[in-house]
Write a protein that binds this ligand. Structure first.
Ligand code: TIU
Length: 227
């Protein structure tokens, strides 16, 4: 059922309740890609514990279902590069001194290259044909993408930001969104980090100082507010 455009809802959140009009609030799901989340993928190959990210799948699935059921805007992002790697900064390619890096053959195709299996979104959260997918070469979803233009064209003013990883692409995107005038609500059960201490601090950094970058809540409270 589509929400009336005028409805304003309130979600219990920190540092104080998040008030939003559903018609102008989008769900932005960051980089829920197979290479970051699946056993045998790039993330696990680098020695990361993917279970720390996989716990976000079910809460995201429920929130996405609730959001879709209300007919509200959903957008997805994927981190990755052109097959010819012309949009891959050399500094990003060599960072980490890993034997296998972006563009090389990995467990699910070339690592973080558009069109490869590992680059795509996990089946549990797969985008509908009507949901824009933003392919981004950086950590922030606004850098070198048409995300801001799309949100403006849709009349979006506020974002519920979920996905991985909390301290890297989610935090960078929330900061970029903040500087572009969007309010951001981050449900903590829908964002994940390979590192528990970064999960905690990444969320604290958003909600500190009166919500310097936004609000933190959880998916159950958002779903309850949607009714
Ligand atoms: N999507 C995203 O966060 N990309 C990363 O590379 N994250 C890491 O934590 N490495």
């Amino acid at each position: 059922m589509t929400m009336p455009a005028s409805a304003t809802l309130s979600v219990a959140a920190e540092p104080y309740p998040f008030e939003f009009a559903p018609a102008t609030c989008a769900l932005l799901i960051i980089d829920m890609q197979r290479d970051f989340l699946e056993p045998g993928g790039f993330g696990e190959m680098l020695g990361n514990d993917v279970s720390q990210l996989r716990r976000t799948i079910e809460p995201n699935r429920k929130l996405l279902a609730a959001w879709r059921a209300k007919g509200l805007a959903v957008l997805h992002t994927r981190e990755g590069h052109r097959p010819d790697l012309t949009d891959l900064p050399p500094a990003k390619k060599v960072r980490g001194r890993s034997k296998t890096c972006i563009g090389d053959a990995g467990p699910m195709g070339r690592i973080l290259v558009r069109g490869e299996a590992g680059h795509d979104i996990i089946p549990e959260l797969y985008p509908l044909p009507t949901e824009p997918v933003i392919d981004k070469p950086g950590k922030g979803a606004f850098f070198a993408t048409d995300l801001h233009a799309i949100l403006q064209n849709l009349g979006i003013k506020q974002l519920v930001v979920t996905g991985v990883t909390t301290e890297v692409c989610v935090n960078t995107t929330v900061r970029e969104a903040n500087d572009r005038g969007y309010d951001c609500l981050v449900p903590e059960d829908c964002v994940g980090s390979y590192f528990p201490e970064f999960q905690m601090m990444g969320l604290k950094m958003i909600k500190a100082q009166g919500g310097i970058f936004g609000w933190v809540s959880d998916s159950g409270k958002i779903i309850a507010a949607l009714g």
